[in-house]
Design a protein around this ligand. Structure first.
Ligand code: ADP
Ligand code: MG
Length: 454
């Protein structure tokens, strides 16, 4: 077999796995040769070698074997190379990983800087975030404004800011002249207060009305801040009137942000409201794999045992920032002590993070949060009263107790003022039914779940 055969296999792979995957995984490989049925490749990192072997190994074997000899096995070696082994594309990613520094959106606008790492390329899509991702993509394409605003919401560390930056980067790439202004709601308030102080409201208004795309992150921050809200409302309306795209994020749905004026809530609900759901195992696995790949380039030679990543995806909370932190620590640790990262090493090194995400929701917490949410007293939740206004929240709490804890039905019943387990079953069924037909209940349950799991 010759390099030509490998060339042909590469061609086939390019077609079958697509340009992006090809660039990420196949392009960095160097074919070393074939000896007694073993084809060897040089890979920039062992993670990459493992990945290719696991995901494309069969396909490569098959491809190579149709040549003038049979190939039984692939072998990936990693030798440190002098020059960056990766493509220009991934080199850019390394730089970005090394410096979280960033450039501003439009240079003449007083927005917050954009993080270079927060691009669509670096965003891993899974079930929990596919809608938000699709909506963000659509907005980033520019063109006619179809929904305004785009309202993204979800818990901490689920990628809201990442998606907003990705939109900004993409829009700037498409139209370098576009005035994209990204800032947090807190910065919006700060600018506003400055303008008041220096008597420059005209300048402030002109500035915000002159942008093509306005992005305001974490808008829940202005809840309860009346004059800032007022100004925000006017800015918002002025831009909508001019058909300028607005993108907003918050930690909860517009209707759930207390302390936000009703007229603003309803304005925010006018566009497309999409939420980022808590990550699931598959998404966490995907994110970890992609981040590990970046880390491997940063810490060449550090190897995570197979299984460590699966373990982290299982054990660490839904917050992606926490996942990232764990991974970064593992790599730093491994490169400092020069040890291979086995499952044991990982457990030892991440003990505190693991303990924190081990925190289980308790029935007491559930009862307290639900009572709070519905403005009831704790006693109401446990009392025999059957009035709807008390019974329904109690059912919601039982439902959540079943969903979020591992307690048995009889145990849950006992904790709710010594009720029978059939009462709990009934409550769980009832709420399941209601969730499907009553959007208020569905929202309540979602919100409570989110708060309890946060
Ligand atoms: P939020 O603004 O929702 O609190 P961020 O956007 O700041 O969360 O995300 C927290 C961290 O997790 C960031 O480093 C971000 O890049 C990363 N992250 C979140 N979701 C994803 C994803 N789907 N793919 C890759 N990285 C993600
Ligand atoms: Mg954020």
């Amino acid at each position: 077999m010759t390099n030509d055969t490998w060339g042909r296999v590469r061609e086939d792979l390019l077609h079958s796995i697509g340009k992006d995957a090809f660039k990420n995984w196949i392009e960095p490989l160097e074919f070393n040769g074939l000896e007694s049925g073993v084809a060897t490749f040089n890979a920039p990192t062992s993670f990459l070698g493992n990945w290719v072997s696991r995901n494309y190994g069969d396909q490569i074997l098959r491809g190579l074997s149709t040549g003038d000899g049979t190939v039984d096995r692939l072998e990936f070696t990693t030798t440190a190379r002098k020059s960056p082994a990766r493509t220009a594309n991934s080199t850019a990613k390394i730089d970005a990983a090394n410096s979280a520094s960033a450039t501003g959106a439009s240079p003449d606008l007083p927005g917050a800087p954009l993080d270079k790492r927060f691009t669509f390329d670096n965003f891993v899509v899974g079930k929990p975030n596919e809608l938000a991702h699709a909506a963000a993509r659509r907005v980033a394409e520019g063109g006619a404004v179809t929904f305004n605003p785009l309202f993204l919401y979800g818990g901490v560390g689920l990628g809201k800011t990442h998606l907003m930056h990705a939109i900004a980067w993409e829009m700037q790439k498409r139209d370098p002249g576009a005035k994209v202004l990204y800032l947090s709601a807190e910065q919006f308030m700060y600018r506003f207060v400055q303008a008041l102080r220096f008597k420059d409201m005209i300048g402030f208004k002109e500035l915000f009305r002159s942008v093509d795309i306005l992005m305001v992150d974490d808008v829940q921050f202005i809840a309860g801040k009346d004059s800032t809200q007022d100004e925000f409302f006017h800015t918002f309306n002025a831009l909508v009137d001019q058909n300028k795209q607005i993108i907003i994020s918050a930690d909860r749905a517009p209707g759930e942000i207390s302390g936000l004026e009703d007229r603003i809530k309803s304005r925010l609900q006018c566009g497309l409201v999409v939420d980022l759901h808590p990550t699931d195992y598959e998404l966490r696995l995907g994110i970890l794999q992609s981040k590990a790949e970046l880390q491997e380039q940063y810490y060449p030679g550090v190897v995570l045992d197979r299984g460590v990543i699966e373990y982290l995806a299982h054990r660490i909370s839904t917050n992606v920032r926490v996942l990232e932190g764990a991974l970064t620590r593992l790599y730093a640790f491994a490169s400092l002590v020069g040890r291979e990262v086995t499952l044991e090493v990982a457990q030892e090194c991440l003990a505190d993070i693991l303990r924190a995400s081990d925190r289980k929701v308790t029935i007491d917490e559930i009862i307290r949060k639900v009572a709070d949410h519905y403005n009831l007293r704790l006693n109401d939740m446990l009392s025999p009263r059957r009035a709807r206004s008390v019974a329904r929240p109690r059912q919601v709490a039982m439902f959540l107790a079943k969903a979020l804890t591992s307690k048995s039905l009889p145990e849950i019943g006992r904790r709710f003022g010594g009720r029978d387990h059939t009462t709990v079953i009934h409550a769980v069924r009832k709420i399941e039914e209601l969730k499907a037909v009553d959007s208020q209940i569905a929202e309540d349950v979602e919100l409570l779940r989110r708060m309890l799991e946060a």
